[in-house]
Design a protein around this ligand. Sequence first.
Ligand code: IVH
Length: 683
Amino acid sequence: MPHDSTATPPDALEQAARLRAEIARHNHAYYVLDNPTIPDAEYDRLFRELQTLEQAHPELITSDSPTQRVGGAPLPQFEQVRHSAPMLSINNGFSDDDIVNFDRRVREGLKLETAVEYNCELKFDGLAINLRYEHGLLVQAATRGDGTTGENVTANIRTVRAIPLRLQMDNPPAIIDIRGEVLMFKGDFARLNARQREAGQREFANPRNAAAGSLRQLDPRITAQRSLRFFAYGIGVLEGAALPESHAALLDWYAQIGIPVAAERRAAQGAEGLLTFYRDIGLRRAQLPYEIDGVVYKVNRVAQQAQLGFVSRAPRFALAHKFPAEEAMTIVQDIGVQVGRTGALTPVARLAPVLVGGVTVTNATLHNEDEVRRKDIQIGDTVIVRRAGDVIPEVVSFVPELRPADARPFVMPALCPVCSSPIVRPEDEAVARCSGGWVKCPAQRKGGLLHFVSRRAMDVEGLGDQLVEQLVDRSVVTTAADLYRLGLTSLASLDRMADKSAGNVIKAIQKSKSTTLARFIYALGIRHVGESTAKELARHFGGIDALLKADEAQLLDVADVGPVVARSILQFLADPMNVELIEQLRANGVHWEEGASEARPKPLAGLTFVLTGTLPTLSRDEAAERIEGAGGKVAGSVSKKTSYLVAGDDAGSKLAKAETLGVPVIDEAALLEMLHQTKESEA
Ligand code: IVH
């Protein structure tokens, strides 16, 4: 009997299957549950183990092996794919009326008097894709194209780790077309553009362009280097399985079989329910890790969807409720500079007024001199302006075809436009600065004061831009210490200041005297010392005097503090005027609880809390501050590592997630109880 020396040992076969399943499970945890289960290094180790095994036994390689995601030779061109069921578009609505009318048409179509049940989801700003799985294996991926015919991008889609190569289920359907959106997360987009910039390559205008550019690559190795994501929202052909009865159930099913679906989806009744969802998402839009351009409403019951049918190329059962456009085109009339609290000069485009995302914009930041050069923005150019959430509007790019012959490039001034001190720009920095410091430069005084009173610093309510402007211009206030000497009469004499509001400002200033060391340090506005560094400094030194005496080595002992930060702190404290300011603030009554906080008991040490919903008495910030003060940590999202979810009214997806993961949920009273125990043990 011939001896087959190349036969695969059964344990290698088993080992490969085990590794594949394990890697797929971690991918699922990471991309679908948003809850990483192992560190990256451990993932890489498993991956390499599988690679080694497959190299030794190439006959073990299967098409769904995670090692088969990368690479593939470049294609000469994309093959055309005819969709088995057309990929439709969707009608848009913009106003409340549009939504009310949509709901009315749906009820008329269904001959219903009662409220219709909808499923609300997000309108992802990426590109539509059809994923075909046969017997559980990913066999083809195609772009939408014209809706009837798209491009075969299977090789590229296989590199997207968020998309499973095999469905996680026992009896997969013979054929299923899963539809959804490929997109790039904001963080990955920023990292990609930073890389492009370093490599001297073209940057992408927005995450959608970056996602499209990354997917429509003839060389899949390039796609493999880009972090793409996917969220499912629909279905095409389905053979060999029963279609779920509702859209919500379809999405739940997807999540179960390993297909990523966004957590932000909700059932709603009638037009009121739809509008509530729209407003809620509008408020949270900026915090989402990816871009959306609206929300989508779909009649939930599949039978009702079928009853409603289609008009031309869009279903009657669905509507996209779009957010007002966040990008608009306008003309740069001039480029000025703004002087910030550290003297940093920011070039600002003065624009012909334009409506962006529902707000009139006349100024947009150009960030710094190098950005202006890189984007080649000139005075007279027609530009694209973007405004996202509550961030400052920015100039994205100019339209080359519309550049006038007399366009003029921007020149950084040699002297500060506010105080005429020379402008300096250290060779290794991107930022040019006014050398006047706050003593000479009123713009820096204003910026410094606004930072000092800001919510996360000393939190003086009611002391805004216009008041600070007047206080500085009339030399009523020079340093932050002067604020605590302000009298009612000097305040009430300012423009637009009634006695009552002057009284309120004085009260707010007085109230701010009682603060925390961390807030105080942050309020000083030391360059490179942000909120979290200030907290670390406060935690480490426990008191301001210890910080004042610290040398470089001691500063470097603080978590978060590296050489640049340490040098900046030393430089700040070496200036006698800054030390004097700290003394005066204390002399004027600014105080906090001192004592090496390290030494204090920390009953919440080692516990991680997540906050959600509206708490009855504490604001989110207050709750976070109290938890951190007691040694606990506050995280932004629920994971297995969360110790407690503190839930208030209108808690949303975090609550659901905590329940799924078995994370204990407590209310504010229970939190206060835990904090109260802190107080007692301190006494
Ligand atoms: S449903 C039958 N749902 O918007 C309706 N589309 O014009 C088919 N999109 O190109 C589309 N998020 O790529 C649907 N949650 C969502 C969506 C969504 C984004 C895109 C989709 C399509 C366009 C619809």
